[in-house]
Design a protein around this ligand. Structure first.
Ligand code: NDP
Length: 293
């Protein structure tokens, strides 16, 4: 078993981004700038946004966190997005999901200028991704692809099984793995809660991507010998054994599955760190106007 070590890979890529960020500052007199909007007081969302902001600082980006009360109106949120779209000092703009029920996430996603949509959720970016055109790729699938690329894993011809079809992880992951590029060129099966006999589908996989949100859903008996196992899941459980007061578990039963896998990501220390790198890379590209002129 080999570890797909998110800590190691993310540190390497962050170092490159830091150098490019310094070059950008030297040539333009300003830093790449990411703005994150957070609505409400969801603990996990606050942690994610804080981590994104901290990582921006680590690579020399400017970062702004705009935090609204849970009762902000959709209209007011959309007005702020318009203002930030028009602000030339803002390169990347993200709105942390989930949003409170009275705000339509589709409307918010589409309101963000696709040239600043460094989360890659806007339909323009999703459409361009599907057509293999330059675009912002959603950070988690992007991070996973960067990790496969870093380890030189040739996925051509493999059968990939993606578990979970969300707009932010499973669905874009299935598109990327099927694209005619490297990594990619897989034959992809996209599974979800309505899939019949999911165990059998996963058992056929050369690569499994688990993005379900259920602790240890993928067990050893579901994984083929030598499979590559990518665990996206972040399941928080209260624990009095950790400083933070909670413990993170993946969607994969790591202890049991690792001995069978050829490559596997740990949780924590795997995909989560690569997601941040995906976001930082997108923000840098947005600042450099290298995707949209
Ligand atoms: P969603 O809840 O949006 O999607 C979950 C998907 O899993 C859905 O497609 C759902 O199917 C499917 N699913 C749920 N139960 C089953 C089941 N019993 N059998 C088969 N499929 C099932 O989650 P996300 O994609 O946003 O996130 C998934 C996990 O990844 C979460 O733990 C999340 O915290 C984590 N995550 C981690 C990130 C990272 O950086 N590491 C980034 C983003 C998410 P259906 O569509 O039919 O409902």
């Amino acid at each position: 078993m080999n570890l797909l070590d998110g800590k190691h890979v993310s540190a390497k890529i962050r170092e490159n981004i830091k150098q490019e960020s310094a070059t950008f500052l030297a040539s333009t007199g300003r830093r790449p700038h990411l703005v994150a909007i957070l609505v409400g007081n969801d603990g996990a969302s606050e942690t994610y946004v804080a981590s994104k902001m901290r990582n921006c600082e680590l690579v020399g980006f400017e970062s702004t966190n705009i935090h609204y009360d849970v009762d902000i109106s959709e209209e007011a949120l959309l007005a702020k997005i318009d203002e930030l779209n028009a602000d030339p000092t803002v390169d990347g703009l993200i709105v942390q999901l989930p949003l409170p029920k009275h705000i339509n996430p589709e409307r918010v996603t589409e309101a963000i200028d696709h040239r600043k949509d460094v989360d890659g959720f806007h339909p323009v970016n999703l459409g361009r991704m599907q057509r293999n055109l330059p675009c912002f790729i959603p950070a988690t699938p992007y991070g996973i692809m960067l990790m496969l690329e870093y380890y030189g894993i040739d996925t051509a011809g493999m059968h990939a099984v993606v578990v979970g079809r969300s707009n932010i992880v499973g669905s874009p992951m299935s598109i990327l793995l099927a694209r005619n590029s490297n990594p990619g060129n897989c034959t992809v099966t996209l599974t979800h809660s309505r899939t019949k006999d999911i165990e059998n589908e996963v058992r056929r996989a050369d690569i499994v991507v688990a993005a379900i949100g259920k602790k240890h859903f993928i067990t050893a008996d579901m994984v083929k010998d030598g499979a590559i196992v990518i665990d996206v899941g972040i399941n928080r459980e209260v624990s009095d054994e950790t400083k933070s007061g909670y413990r993170l578990y993946g969607d994969v039963d790591f202890e049991q599955v690792a001995p069978k896998a050829s490559w596997i990501t740990p949780v924590p220390g795997g995909v989560g760190l690569m997601t941040i790198v995906g976001l930082l890379k997108n923000t840098l590209e947005a600042a450099k106007h290298s995707i949209y002129k």
